[in-house]
Structures are given as structure tokens and as C-alpha cells.
Design a binder for this molecule. Structure first.
Ligand code: GLU
Length: 310
């Protein structure tokens, strides 16, 4: 497949969209990003890499981190995670509080903020046992560095601080979940780790590489290392398809036809099992919080190649 030509075609087609949509500004630091950026990187299971635009520029991965924290939690706790989190689309905003009240503090799925806070709590319980070393931030960072094969990946501490100082809703969520007994650690500690995970800065090519194990039945294609079991890779991709792109997940699945996970930094990571992993970044978001040009780019990718999970 000649992905270079396809990327060029996509790049030309999305240009008029780069001035549409809004950059997420509820995290003040994200409002400073030049809004018309666009990058896209495809990495095939055979190791071929294709990219266009600003695919080597770092951006804030935000909720794409939820994909990797879920993977870590599955590695640590296996199916036990489903005693504390559901796996249904929420149909409400990613930071909604209402559902939690009548569902007794059990978040609908691991990709909304409430679910990611519980996932983070699980990782904390393993990474920082009582009296042990507190290395929760690094556990997730090291995992991403290994998956992306890039030791330079780090936190954007300005973004983490910015979100911390305005994260009233996430602070409310963490305390609310704690009140139902579904956090083992103190809300402050969970929030601190969560904000750091969201602040991680990566490029499109970093993220495409980091997601490739999902296209490859849970294994790193370059050394055959098992990151998760094949059935767990299936579970994660199913959750991406049903819960990964906010409450427009149906529209995303309809248009793109690939499991994906988006973030309010404007990134979307998607995978085509057995074929490739792809990451697109463009900061302006549609009304549901997904990158506007990024969603269109992925729709064009599956349309032009004729390759999708359907
Ligand atoms: N850090 C963001 C928040 O908690 C992540 C949101 C997102 O990317 O969905 O609001």
C-alpha cells in the first residue's frame, strides 16, 4: 500500500478544516498551542513508517494516556479491574458527575475521566505500596518510553500544573469516587498522578509506535515481547471502538471504522489490527472534543485505502 501518496492526499484535503473547531482552553496551557498544526504518522506491523506535516512535533497526549494506563492496569490486575469499572459507553461527557451518583461510584468505562482515575488508583496501589517508594508517575512514563522506543519522552510540567490549578471537576470526581469507597489511595495522590499522565508530551510517530502492540495481538513487533495477552488486546480495542472517542463514539466508528482513542490535546491514536497503527494530531476540536481535522483525516485514510475493521 502506498501510504505516502495517501497521506499527501489527506494532507491536501484537510487544509480547509484547520481553521475550524476550537482548541481546548479549559486547561489554560493548552490554549497557547498554534491551532492550525496538523501531523499524521502511520507505522505498519512490518516496521514501515510514513508521516506528513508536524508528525515529529510533541503535543499533549491528554486522554490518549488512558489507553496506556488501562493496559498497565490490565497487566497488573487482569479481569479484577471490572469489579471497579464498567465497560459500556457512557453517553455523557467525559468529565460528567451525574452517572456516578446513581451507579454507586463505579465509572461506566476506563476511558472517561472517572474510569481513568480508578485505573490510576490501581496503578498507584502497585507502584507505591504503603511505606514503599513513590514512583507512580514514572511507572507510566517508563512504560510509554519502552513502547515508543524513545527515552526522551517526558511530562510537560507546565501542562500538569495548569490542569492541577483549574481541575475542579476532576477534583470533584476523585473525591466523589472516594466517598463510594472506589479509590484505595487519597484523592490528591490519584489526581497528581492522573494530571501527570495527561501531561505527557509525545509526537505522532511516538504514539503510532506506542500503539503498535495493539495492532499486533499484544506483542511488540520488533522483538516479539508480549505486552498483554491477545485476548486482552482484543478487549482494549473493543473498548476503544465503543468508548474511545467521547460521546460521539458512534459517529467516529461510523465514519472511521477503526478503534481509536482521542485526547483534548487534539491527538487521536487508532489501530488497524494486523496492519498498522496511526496517530493524527490537529489541536482544533469538534463539539464533542475530538480533533476535527484529525477525525476527517482518519475517515479519509480508511476510505482511500479501503482498509478498516469493517
Ligand atoms: N486531562 C484532561 C481532563 O481530565 C483529559 C481530557 C481528555 O483528553 O479527554 O480533563
Amino acid at each position: 500500500m502506498n501510504y505516502s501518496e495517501i497521506l499527501k492526499e489527506i494532507y491536501a484535503e484537510v487544509q480547509p478544516l484547520l481553521t475550524q473547531g476550537q482548541v481546548a482552553d479549559y486547561i489554560p496551557e493548552l490554549a497557547h498551542i498554534p491551532p492550525t498544526k496538523f501531523g499524521m504518522a502511520i507505522l505498519t506491523s512490518e516496521g514501515e513508517q510514513f508521516q506528513i506535516g508536524e508528525a515529529s512535533e510533541k503535543f499533549s497526549i491528554q486522554s490518549i494516556s488512558k489507553l496506556f494506563t488501562l493496559t498497565l492496569a490490565m497487566r497488573l490486575e487482569g479481569d479484577a479491574i471490572w469489579q471497579r469499572i464498567g465497560r459500556e459507553p457512557s453517553g455523557t461527557a467525559f468529565n460528567s458527575l451525574v452517572q456516578l451518583e446513581y451507579e454507586n461510584g463505579i465509572p461506566r468505562n476506563p476511558f472517561i475521566n472517572a474510569g481513568a482515575l480508578v485505573v490510576t488508583d490501581m496503578i498507584l496501589s502497585h507502584a507505591c505500596p504503603p511505606g514503599g517508594l513513590d514512583n507512580a508517575h514514572e511507572t507510566v512514563l517508563d512504560f510509554l518510553r519502552k513502547l515508543a522506543q524513545n527515552a526522551e519522552i517526558g511530562f510537560d510540567l507546565d501542562v500538569a500544573r495548569s490542569e492541577r490549578s483549574t481541575g475542579y471537576r476532576n477534583i470533584a470526581l476523585a473525591n466523589f469516587i472516594k466517598s463510594f469507597g472506589n479509590l484505595r489511595n487519597e484523592p490528591d495522590k490519584v489526581l497528581d498522578a492522573y494530571f501527570h499522565h495527561c501531561s505527557i508530551a509525545m509526537t505522532c510517530s511516538d504514539l503510532a509506535r506506542a500503539g503498535l502492540f495493539l495492532a499486533n495481538k499484544g506483542r511488540l513487533p520488533w522483538n516479539d515481547e508480549e505486552i498483554i495477552k491477545p485476548n486482552q488486546a482484543k478487549y482494549i480495542k473493543s473498548l476503544m471502538l465503543t468508548c474511545g472517542t467521547y460521546d460521539s463514539v458512534g459517529d467516529f466508528a461510523y465514519r472511521v471504522g477503526l478503534p481509536g482513542k482521542s485526547g483534548v490535546g487534539g491527538g487521536i491514536l487508532a489501530v488497524m489490527p494486523g496492519e498498522f497503527s496511526v496517530c493524527v494530531w490537529s489541536p482544533r476540536l469538534n463539539e464533542n472534543g475530538n480533533s476535527l481535522a484529525g477525525t476527517k483525516a482518519l475517515e479519509l485514510l480508511t476510505t482511500l485505502t479501503g482498509i478498516s475493521v469493517f
